[in-house]
Design a protein. Structure first.
Length: 128
């Protein structure tokens, strides 16, 4: 049960950080390009890589890892987890799997976003 409390607390912190940074970036840049999301995903990817590099050398308790990596950074951006997992595939020499992960994750999620959008529009238009 304590594991879930750590995850929830970290997720809440990461979500507030994501909302704050994304909102600030949008206010500063405006426009239609999602600069806030790009900023969050980029910073989250950098942070998860830097922290992973630091904590690979140090023994961090599992609760702290869960809180930080899954909770805080997971609440901040799941893109950072995707980037870390892909980097680890490259590091392990799994080049085909790493490239597949990049292609599949990007293309599949774009297709699914479009599919979900079109399905919702279809249902809305046919429920009237």
């Amino acid at each position: 049960m304590i594991k879930y409390i750590f995850l929830a607390a970290g997720g809440a912190i990461g979500t507030v950080f994501r909302y704050s940074l994304s909102g600030y970036t949008y206010r500063v840049t405006g426009g239609i390009f999602p600069w806030g999301t790009l900023a969050v995903n980029s910073l989250g990817s950098f942070l998860i890589g830097a922290l992973w590099g630091l904590f690979e050398m140090e023994d961090l308790p599992p609760q702290a890892r869960n809180f930080l990596f899954i909770g805080v950074l997971g609440g901040f951006t799941t893109f950072s987890s995707y980037a870390l997992e892909t980097m680890n595939l490259f590091r392990e020499g799994e080049l085909k799997l790493a490239f597949f992960n990049v292609l599949a994750s990007n293309m599949l999620t774009l297709v699914l976003v479009c599919g979900g959008f079109l399905l919702a529009r279809y249902l809305i238009n046919h429920m009237k």
